[in-house]
Ligand binder design. Structure first.
Ligand code: URA
Length: 446
């Protein structure tokens, strides 16, 4: 078997067998297959797809490329969550401490920025001192003592995803259901939690553009998780506008701090509370929505969720004085305020383009070894449905790069207006679960 045979087979739309998938992943991790051949196969998969069995074998091969954590030394039910990625998606920074503040342990493996979306690891590393690569024992210790920890893929944990993820980011091979499903599920299964909540985003600012695609991705992942005996559920959430107001690493960390202190944007707070409720139901700590929400809101108001955030950031080497005093974070050298040229209600936001602009401003990588500018990004002043008058501030671009004026017009063009009031749908639209005995999915509308 050679890598060229495997590429040719997928190029012709044929199904890869388990041996071929194992050959690819094992030899790539051993540095015996070059990036250019793997990029070619990834592109063939993006175009030709993979069936459920191939996706399952790929997930298993990626999972087996490293260690699987055994969390049995940590008492109680362990939960994990993962989002398929969106613009301004800082959910893990708030949701994980919030759930952990009620006693549920969170052992989470995250990723870096991918394409036009940001990544939790980059956001965490924008806090001076944070180190997301650590030995397994240290990770378990932090989960035990702080109630939560977030770690990156490493040579020990899902090394296949570490390599593939970085390659997909810069080869236009992110948007593929089997590649996203195997990337996410290999990480979730390796980190060993009992329950997994998936946030599958769709819309202009997500990899899945339609609800149908998001449901298909969600169903594949929920089925894989259930097959591995994990309580796996998926939310379908809208990404037709950035989540919250901030896009970009430091800007999003600051918004997460505000949210943990009870001053979060409505759409982001709603997403965190809804997801936290589902996770607490999965952990069987609560079964009543109203009581769960009250408990969550209480732990924001009394500062417990923020304390968990601080304690895990400290344990991962971060300087928590930045969390107590966010004005210590560096700010970008240049800022470009952009004002509306029209009156009306905001009817559409080109979220994909805002994500791309943020990347070009320095908040994401265009090439594999690019260094992120942590202070770069965008802060919106207006969201979908908001009434705007000519001259109102719509958004501000932040960057260390000079001569970025060209992005002012494209950022302005990301907003469309209507003269009529624009209704805004809730962010979380549905919850998908799977009954393995009946081989049936159920969809509950929010
Ligand atoms: N998140 C991941 O971890 N992997 C993907 O492929 C997309 C989002």
């Amino acid at each position: 078997m050679t890598m060229v045979d495997i590429i040719e087979k997928k190029k012709n739309g044929e199904e890869l067998n388990v041996d071929e998938i194992n050959y690819w992943i094992t030899n790539y991790c051993a540095d015996k297959i070059p990036d250019y051949q793997v990029s070619s196969l990834l592109m063939a998969i993006c175009i030709r797809g993979m069936n459920a069995m191939e996706t399952f074998y790929l997930t298993q091969a990626m999972l087996n490329s490293g260690k699987t954590l055994n969390l049995s030394s940590i008492p109680g039910i362990k939960c994990d969550k993962h989002s398929t990625g969106g613009v301004g998606d800082k959910t893990s920074l708030v949701l994980c401490p919030l759930v952990a503040s009620l006693g549920i342990k969170i052992a989470k493996m995250s990723g870096r920025g991918l394409g036009f979306t940001g990544g939790t690891l980059d956001k965490l590393e924008s806090i001076p001192g944070v180190n997301v690569e650590m030995p397994v024992d240290q990770f378990l210790d932090i989960v035990n003592t702080c109630g939560m920890a977030i770690v990156g893929q490493s040579e020990e944990l899902v090394p296949a995803d570490k390599k593939l993820y970085a390659l997909r980011d810069v080869t236009g091979t992110v948007e593929s259901i089997p590649l996203i499903a195997s990337s996410i599920m290999s990480k979730k299964l390796a980190s060993g939690s009992d329950c997994i909540l998936l946030d599958v985003k769709y819309g202009k600012g997500a990899f899945m553009k339609t609800k149908e695609e998001a449901e298909k991705l969600a169903q594949e992942m929920v089925k894989i998780g259930t097959y591995f005996h994990k309580d796996t559920r998926a939310e379908i959430t809208s990404m037709d506008q950035p989540l919250g107001y901030a896009i970009g690493n430091i800007l999003e960390v600051k918004e997460a701090i505000d949210t943990l202190k009870g001053r979060g944007p409505k759409d982001f707070v709603d997403l965190c509370l809804t997801s936290a409720t589902t996770m607490l139901f999965q952990a069987k700590l609560f079964n009543d929505k109203r009581k769960t929400r009250e408990a969550l809101e209480r732990n924001i108001a009394n500062g417990r969720a923020f304390e968990v955030f601080k304690s895990f950031i400290r344990a991962e080497g971060g300087d928590v004085s930045y969390l107590d005093n966010p004005s210590k974070f560096p700010t970008a050298m240049y800022s470009y305020p952009i004002r509306s040229m029209k009156n009306g209600y905001i009817s559409e936001i080109d979220t994909l383009n805002l994500g791309l602009i943020s990347m070009h401003l320095g908040a994401g990588r265009e090439k594999k070894n690019d260094v992120i500018d942590m202070a770069a990004g965008i802060v919106l002043n207006k969201k979908l449905g908001d009434k705007v008058n000519k001259g109102d501030l719509l958004l501000t671009l932040y960057t260390e790069r000079s001569n970025m004026q060209a992005y002012e017009t494209s950022a302005l063009n990301c907003f469309s207006f209507s003269q009529d009031v624009v209704p805004v749908a809730p962010t979380v639209e549905e919850l998908i679960t799977y009954d393995q005995d009946k081989d049936e999915f159920s969809i509950t509308k929010n």
